[in-house]
Design a protein around this ligand. Structure first.
Ligand SMILES: [Zn+2]
Length: 278
């Protein structure tokens, strides 16, 4: 599943060809995604100019000149691919094409159809039901140790679960929560409320560093995600604990051999070093 760095990679790739572009055509071949694509989708976009590509958590936001905002989500398996010429005949999972006046086609492909294409407006997006309960974006100025500590205070839930809760921090998924906790040296099993100011400082810094590095690396490639230009990401090789059960943790001074363990929390795999992470 694409996580925040993958979505940010897609946003940057799309911005390079869509910022300022006028949509000449929008072709929908299948409207039944996780939620049906609105009936007036094409009508509100064709002839409209794209002002800016933004991102909120794992949602792509395409802001149009008339105040319309397209909310896009890649779901489990969604991809956006850029074609600078003829995109070729669509395959069975190519549900939408966005064609610009400059002749670029952005094709949305989603075999499992958990993705989303919805409409809102710049005035209403903050109160949209998908947006209104989201916590601060970990790469935004609204996120820091003080904010994180406030959002963890008083919560008896395991720290791992609290960080996956999108109202705590928006856009963190399983992989980067594991990596951030490893880097901060905090146990995923620790109660969220035990993270005081000092630990929150380390954790906030770890979250920002892990995500920034992943964005810089072009997003992790897991399953079938590719960046919009069709390039594969390569941060997977730099994951310290995720998917490394039974290995000795890299760069860890714990000295323990084969110390990375996998446990299941809330139905999701957690990878961590039980020696280093307390
Ligand atoms: Zn270790």
């Amino acid at each position: 599943m694409p996580e925040l760095p993958e979505v940010e990679t897609v946003r940057r790739g799309l911005a390079a060809v869509l910022d300022g572009a006028i949509l000449k055509n929008v072709i929908l071949r299948r409207r039944s995604l996780r939620v049906p694509i609105p009936d007036d989708f094409e009508e509100r976009l064709i002839g409209n100019r794209i002002v800016r590509l933004a991102r909120r958590a794992k949602y792509l936001l395409i802001e149009m000149a008339d105040g319309t905002v397209v909310i896009g989500h890649l779901g489990m398996s969604g991809r956006m691919k850029i074609h600078r010429g003829d995109p070729g005949a669509p395959g069975p999972h190519d549900h939408a094409d966005f064609v610009t006046e400059a002749g670029v086609t952005v094709r949305f492909t989603d075999p499992r159809r958990f993705g989303l294409l919805l409409l809102s407006t710049t005035d209403e997006i903050g109160e949209h039901k998908l947006m209104r309960d989201l916590g601060p974006d970990p790469l935004s100025n609204g996120f820091n140790a003080v904010v994180l500590a406030e959002r963890l205070a008083g919560r008896a839930t395991p720290l791992k679960a609290a960080l996956l809760d999108q109202s705590t921090v928006a856009g963190l998924g399983n992989i980067y929560v594991c990596e951030s906790l490893f880097r901060a040296g905090l146990s995923p099993k620790r109660k969220a409320k035990t993270v005081g100011p000092a630990r929150a400082e380390a954790l906030a810094a770890a979250i920002r560093a892990v995500l920034s590095e992943a964005v810089a690396a072009g997003g992790t490639t897991l399953r079938d995600h590719v960046s919009p230009e069709g390039e594969l990401g390569y941060f997977a090789q730099s994951l310290m604990v995720y998917g490394r059960e039974g290995e000795t943790c890299p760069g860890c001074t714990c000295g323990a051999k084969n110390s990375i363990q996998r446990i299941v929390q809330s139905g999701r795999s957690t990878f961590y070093c039980s020696v280093r992470q307390r």
